[in-house]
Ligand binder design. Structure first.
Ligand code: BGP
Length: 462
């Protein structure tokens, strides 16, 4: 029956350390790029609300663990803050160890499985000062951090991921100005992406050595937005191929197969964009093969060929290969401005099934951001988020359809649990099952939390 979810299906929500913990400089934590950037340019952040105003998880995690259980969730993803665990990159912060251990224990005590990610856009400032991912020493620095985390928390956490959406720190930080260091340089962006995947592989290497054959698993979280071309004409199809290589395969291929696609390497060569490759890199990349994928899906990418006269060789940016296409039939989220296209999940599922040997995967983020969400609050203070219920239902339907077609999808996580701080957007767009009262830090359930609880109990979409 197509409306029944398989046994063991993961029902959860996701957040990250820098977006939820708070306690900015408490108990030995040092700065990440976000903390320093806010101090330099607070006006870049929505309403000038910075990374110190999060959802206070550092203090309120026992309550959150209880709320997860109340909702019937059985899994939850967050991340560890590198600069909290290793404030100078070397010294283990025992207060951070105590915090994370108790956090994970509380979650588990409530019947919720923690899925722990290592890097969610939060580069420690001490490493940024040395060049961040541009500097090759970041690879082993990350491996040391990963090993430390596995040793300290490996007894409590069975499921790990290395990076969240690595293309975002590449694209927003080195081909744009939404992440630090706000530079625009295609070659540097490629180097950052390449070192990120070497760091990923080095972390997986450490994982295999610490965990041996314990049955614990490691993966990576990628935003695998499916790419659709404007037409079947060859130049639009070529644009689609380039967009897929850049947005999807440049991370997916090394994560699943342990090497880059020959097409990508050739394209980089032709455009003088190849990063510096050391002889030992190929063997390291091979060690980075994951056990599973976390897939973040918000909206698809729609592309068309670039105007011929604008083609630059060598290319200066991904925009030289393909450009955005404004599909006239698209349905928009009126409260955030992103396209809503639930069918994209099914297409991702079929791509993983057909091209990536149906490696086990789950939706690690999907969600609907809503600006000024308090306008939907009723007299009892409950946000009536029927739009979010419809959004989740439509995406779950596509997951069921994919499972029916033998996809190995095994879970769904909403972004996010409690409304959290979102980088330059701060609290502009709310995503949570729980509304965060910014003044008091209180968590108030939204209608969608009650609705999903019912779905989880029945394990069925009505
Ligand atoms: C994802 C990130 C999250 C979160 C989310 C919502 O790409 O992994 O960290 O930021 O997007 O983004 P926004 O608040 O800009 O709508």
């Amino acid at each position: 029956n197509t409306n029944i979810f398989p046994e063991g299906f993961l029902w959860g929500a996701a957040t990250s350390a820098p977006q939820s913990e708070g306690a900015q400089y408490a108990d030995g934590r040092t700065a990440s790029t976000w903390d320093v950037w806010y101090e330099k340019e607070p006006e870049r952040f929505y309403n000038q609300v910075g990374p110190q105003h999060t959802s206070y998880v550092y203090e309120r995690y026992p309550e959150d663990a209880q709320l997860m259980a109340d909702m019937g969730l059985n899994s939850f993803r967050t991340s560890i803050s590198w600069n909290r665990l290793l404030p100078d990159g070397q010294t283990l912060n025992q207060e951070a160890v105590a915090f994370y251990r108790d956090y994970f224990i509380q979650i588990k005590k409530n019947g919720v499985q923690p899925i722990i990610n290592l890097f969610h856009f939060d580069m420690p400032w001490w490493l940024m000062e040395k060049g961040g991912w541009e500097n090759r020493t970041s690879i082993e620095a990350f491996a040391f951090y990963a090993r430390t985390a596995f040793e300290q928390f490996g007894d409590l956490v069975d499921t790990w991921t290395t990076f969240n959406e690595p293309i975002v720190h590449v694209q927003c930080g080195y081909l744009g100005n939404d992440h630090w260091p706000q530079v625009y340089d295609f070659k540097r962006a490629i180097t950052v992406g390449y070192h990120t995947m070497l760091a990923h592989a080095a972390a997986v290497r450490e994982f295999r050595s610490v965990m041996e054959d314990s049955g614990k698993e490691i993966g990576i979280i990628l935003n695998l937005s499916p790419v659709y071309a404007k037409s079947d004409q060859s130049d639009d199809q070529k644009a689609k191929r380039y967009a897929e290589e850049w947005h999807i395969k440049s991370f997916l291929e090394p994560a699943v197969n342990g090497h880059y696609s020959p097409f990508l390497i050739e394209t980089l060569k032709e455009n003088n964009l190849l990063p510096k490759i050391e002889p030992e890199d190929a063997a390291l990349l091979l060690q980075g093969k994951v056990d599973f994928l976390g897939v973040n899906y918000y909206q698809p990418l729609r592309v068309q060929a670039v105007d011929k006269e604008k083609v630059n060789i060598p290319a200066k940016s991904p925009a030289d290969f393909s450009k955005a296409y404004d599909w006239p039939d698209k349905k928009m989220n009126p409260y955030r401005g992103w396209e809503i296209y639930p069918e994209g999940i099914y297409d991702i599922a079929m791509m993983i099934k057909n091209d990536y040997h149906n490696i086990p995967w789950y939706i690690s983020e999907n969600g609907m951001g809503v600006a000024d969400e308090e306008r939907f609050m009723d007299a009892e203070g409950i946000i009536q988020d029927d739009y979010r219920i419809e959004f989740i239902r439509d995406h779950l339907e596509q997951i069921l359809k994919a499972i029916e077609a033998e996809s190995s999808c095994y879970g769904y996580h909403l972004w996010t649990f409690v409304d959290c701080w979102s980088w330059l957007n701060a609290y502009k767009n709310r995503y949570g099952f729980y509304r965060l009262d910014l003044e008091t830090g209180n968590r108030i359930p939204k209608k969608s939390s009650f609705w999903l609880h019912g779905i989880i109990e029945e394990s069925k979409l009505d």
